[in-house]
Design a protein around this ligand. Structure first.
Ligand SMILES: [Zn+2]
Length: 155
């Protein structure tokens, strides 16, 4: 959203952040290209280690006994930090971590902010990175609000 309007871009692909290249020639993405953010920061990257159960991933991560999961999540956050820093450089605005993983990020936000801010040449404070408050189906609710508002404006 920009000025209360959905930013679509010229070709209706505006803000397809999942397909920003974060690692040139990196892992293959489902789009067919290599190194996209989605290939590194889809929630499946984490849940694939716990049988497709993302909640189980974070439950086991909290136990801090599973060094393998801790390494996976550390890599995940490193890649996400690249994306967040790029968004901050482009938009100079707050960045909200949402989606399936964002719902679990509150316990790790300080670690994540340090990773992201270490990439930022202008700032030392990562407080512009926030965790979503609405933890499930936020994009559906957000999309619905647009139409609800349009409906209400008609009266
Ligand atoms: Zn892609």
């Amino acid at each position: 959203m920009n000025n209360q309007k959905i930013y679509t871009g010229v070709n209706w692909r505006g803000c397809e952040f999942g397909h920003m290249t974060i690692i040139p020639h990196g892992k293959r993405c489902y789009c067919g290209r290599y190194g996209c953010l989605d290939a590194y920061c889809s929630s499946n990257i984490l849940s694939d280690f716990t049988g497709g159960d993302l909640k189980k991933f974070f439950t086991e991560l909290e136990l801090e006994h599973n060094r393998g999961l801790m390494n996976v999540f550390d890599d995940y956050m490193d890649h996400l930090a690249i994306a967040v820093n790029s968004l901050r450089m482009c938009y100079d605005c707050n960045v909200v971590l949402g989606g399936h993983v964002g719902a679990y990020m509150s316990d790790y936000i300080n670690i994540f902010r340090k990773k992201a801010i270490s990439l930022n040449p202008f700032e030392q404070d990562g407080s512009f990175i926030r965790v979503c408050h609405y933890r499930t189906e936020a994009s559906a609710v957000g999309a619905a609000i647009y139409y609800i508002n349009e409906f209400l404006q008609a009266f």
